[in-house]
Design a protein around this ligand. Sequence first.
Ligand code: PLP
Length: 427
Amino acid sequence: MSDYKFDTLQIHAGSAPDPATGAVQTPIYQTTGYVFKDADHAARLFNLEEVGYIYSRLTNPTVSKLAERVAALEGGAGAVCCSSGHAAQIMALFPLMGPGLNIVASTRLYGGSITQFGHTIKRFGWSCTFVDFDDLDALEAAIDDNTRAIFCESISNPGGYITDIPAVAKLADKAGLPLIVDNTLATPYLCRPIDLGATLVVHSLTKYMTGNGTVTGGCVVDSGKFDWSASDKFPSLSAPEPAYHGLKFHEALGPMAFTFHSIAIGLRDLGMTMNAQGAHYTLMGIETLSLRMEKHVANAKAVAEWLENDPRIEFVTYAGLPSSPWHERMKTVSPKGAGGLFTVAVKGGYEACVKLVNNLQLFANVANLGDTRSLIIHSASTTHRQLSEAQQIAAGAAPNVVRLSIGIEDAGDLIADLDQALSAATA
Ligand SMILES: *Cc1c(COP(=O)(O)O)cnc(C)c1O
């Protein structure tokens, strides 16, 4: 299967005809428990000596197909799906962290991630140091003996900034730490972080992967390449795991250690499980991922070019524009395009942004992105509202900018809608 190209994998990976019925489309296994053949079979499943279904909090046939497909598209060894993108972030950190330990993360993250890492994880005794990942010296200086992971987004929300993943991966390697990349905005069609040196990839499947605003879901993909036993920093994976009768996950399961730990302990004990119906919608969405991303990119380029040349606009952050400081980086990190999300600074500041949002007809004012339909939001008064103004600016969500998520409608219609709303906003 892994020899096939992306367009083939997005339809076929993880979806052999259903073994029970021969159905070609993956059925929704709306099921909870799975019968054991006998006591010995049950024991082997619980010992992870044999892979099979026990109970849907851990694994479900529909959800497993989705995990297999995302792993194939990302070039990973294994994957685990969970209930949301934010759940995926906790699931990715969970085997690595403990009280007193920290992560180093980019300042340019989705607003919700800045809140999750800046405040909420402290309740687990974890902490996060935020640094500008374009300052590699500052990044290196932020790593200390208690650091257990480095975290960034490939293309970052909301500004569409692109991270120099190969340079950050090199630094992570040198420090003996896993690099976790949130690949939500790029999707594996535009960017494959594992090929660029990432250890783990996390996704909000809620966005482009499903693509039509129907599902909340997440996924953690493991490259299978990190040597968890090279130091004593990752005892959950390298040493006997007390939460699983002393199993040494890395020794017993090799490149699948992280994935099995995430299922056998992460999902078992944290319970952030994806549901079968959601997984089915996401599987259907992924079948057209490359087609949608091509159109998202083409439309985003057309709209961004038009906006950049409009006198009512101060600047546009889209990395797909040759004027962007991230344009060169796009060619190595995200070669098929810079995605469909960017911000626009409107002359007239906060007030003009609010009026623009209120006057658009085709663009919906929605706190989501990666939908087939075009969406707009004023980040500073919504998704990034919990942040200080300095944090908003660092995250690319200053009060004078709006975030556009360009859909797959007709680009001319989108431009006409922006034109009339900008007139109303800046009159
Ligand atoms: C939306 C989003 C998340 C969180 O995902 P949910 O599915 O909403 O929990 C994380 N990272 C990025 C980049 C996002 O856009």
